[in-house]
Design a protein around this ligand. Structure first.
Ligand code: ATP
Ligand code: MG
Length: 436
């Protein structure tokens, strides 16, 4: 028997199959019957189409199955494509054969469910149109990150997930039993990347990252994917301009590949296009405080980190992402060096997204001063001995270098305009949830 040729819904919507009989397979998205007709919405990965099942057009037993099949049943359908202005997408299938692959049980997700229930039923909810659209965009973003760096001669380089040290502060470490010892899940690829640049010079990675975030926010996951880069012979301004190019590149790719998905999500495509073709400004932390003071009437003491509320107020004054550099050195991680031109500040940056999505990138030049780093680690109560291997990188052919990390889920949340970061990853892990 010849293999069946399956036509995808997206292909039907091109009009190319009008008047022709096709084979389609997918899941029942919605169904209702009226007398001798069953109106089904069928979905596959590419879209949804109306399938009209009329008694008499197909064997009676198959019509009975169509009446019985509940939503999320999987089906094979043979039908003729007809143009119908009233149908969603403008085409419908007139069904001549229907075979139910699996009769679904009553689907537990109905309209207007609470977010918590949708997370309990995440394994079923990921097939919703909303999550499907987000996951397609996420796939484009991840692919774009790889091609962006590879096209510029960066090597992909992996760090261990089990690490003996902290990188971003002890309070968010996940401890893991390691035989008779203990280690931690990676908070960042960075320290190991700093070893890699002496071999490969320009490297990047995208990998799972773990932080035991103790507060509940719509921006923090306990397990997320960070896309990081590190490069020898680069300074702060070099990596800031790579970060801006990267975001522009990712936006262009999404606009090219995911227009339909952005529409499903109700995102404003013209606005994203405008952002993709605009320059992103760079300001300093001190300038950010001025803006907050002048335009928002918020007096922030110099030296305090910007909290979510301040980042959001600041971003009221920008339509595009903004890079903020030179945060106060004492609130920065131990490896961020001070700026000799303004020694109270560090050679570091964050990129903030507009519309309340907050920090999407954090990065810096890296300190090459062993004494300064030792002092900072001691202040933090760290065992300095554990960092001797890291200090060796400053002892054997040290070079200026810099890098940054991009939060994949934060970026996807902003691009998709989703209110919660949890919807940007198939199975979110948070303070309160590690199931299913
Ligand atoms: P925040 O202050 O928002 O917690 P951070 O300063 O701890 O962020 P970095 O250590 O600079 O973040 O990490 C680089 C990027 O990784 C951030 O800009 C953000 O996009 C992402 N990121 C950090 N923590 C999380 C998290 N818990 N969940 C999701 N993404 C995160
Ligand atoms: Mg954090």
């Amino acid at each position: 028997m010849p293999k069946t040729k399956w036509t995808q819904i997206e292909e039907v919507m091109t009009g190319e199959f009008t008047g022709k009989t096709i084979h389609s397979r997918g899941w029942i998205y919605r169904t209702r019957s009226s007398g001798n007709i069953v109106f089904m919405m069928l979905r596959d990965v590419t879209g949804v189409i109306q399938a009209t099942v009329k008694k008499g057009n197909l064997p009676d037993a198959e019509f009975e199955d169509a009446l019985k099949a509940l939503i999320e049943s999987s089906v094979h359908i043979t039908g003729t494509v007809r143009e119908d202005k009233r149908a969603p997408g403008g085409y419908e299938l007139q069904v001549t054969n229907l075979s139910v692959v699996n009769f679904a049980e009553p689907f537990p997700i109905t309209k207007d469910q609470s977010p918590e229930l949708l997370l309990d039923l995440r394994h079923l909810w990921i097939r919703s149109r909303k999550i499907t659209a987000i996951l397609k965009i996420r796939s484009t973003v991840v692919g774009a990150i790889h091609s962006f760096f590879r096209d510029q001669g960066f090597y992909e380089y992996d760090a261990p997930v089990l690490q003996p040290n902290q990188c971003e502060g002890g309070s968010t470490l996940f401890e893991v039993k390691y035989y008779e010892d203990k280690t931690y899940l990676s908070q960042s690829w960075q320290l190991y990347a700093e070893a890699g640049i002496f071999a490969l010079e320009k490297i990047y990675n995208m990998g799972p990252t773990f932080r035991a975030e103790k507060s509940k926010t719509s921006r923090h996951l306990s397990e997320f994917w960070m896309a990081e880069m590190e490069a020898a012979w680069m300074d702060l301004s070099d990596v800031v301009s790579i970060a801006k190019d990267e975001i522009h590149y990712i936006l262009m790719q999404v606009l090219q590949k995911n227009r339909k998905d952005l529409e499903v999500l109700g995102q404003d495509i013209a606005k994203l296009e405008e952002i993709a073709s605009s320059e992103f400004p760079t300001i300093t932390y001190t300038e950010a405080l001025h803006i907050l003071k002048e335009k928002e009437g918020m007096g922030i003491e110099w030296g305090k980190d910007l909290r979510t509320i301040e980042e959001d107020k600041l971003m009221n004054h920008f339509k595009t992402p903004v890079v903020v550099t030179n945060y106060p050195v004492e609130i920065m991680a131990f490896y961020k060096p001070k700026d000799e031109k303004d020694p109270k500040t560090a050679l570091c940056f964050d990129m903030l997204a507009p519309e309340g999505y907050g920090e999407i990138i954090g990065g810096s030049q890296r300190s090459t001063d062993i004494a300064a780093m030792t002092e900072r680690l001691k202040e933090m109560g760290e065992k300095v001995d554990n960092y001797q291997w890291y200090f060796d990188l400053r002892r054997f052919g040290s070079v200026p270098h810099a890098g940054y990390g991009l939060g994949v889920e934060r970026l996807v949340a902003w691009i998709c305009k989703t209110e919660n970061i949890k919807d940007t990853i198939p199975f979110p892990r948070t303070l309160l949830r590690f199931k299913p």
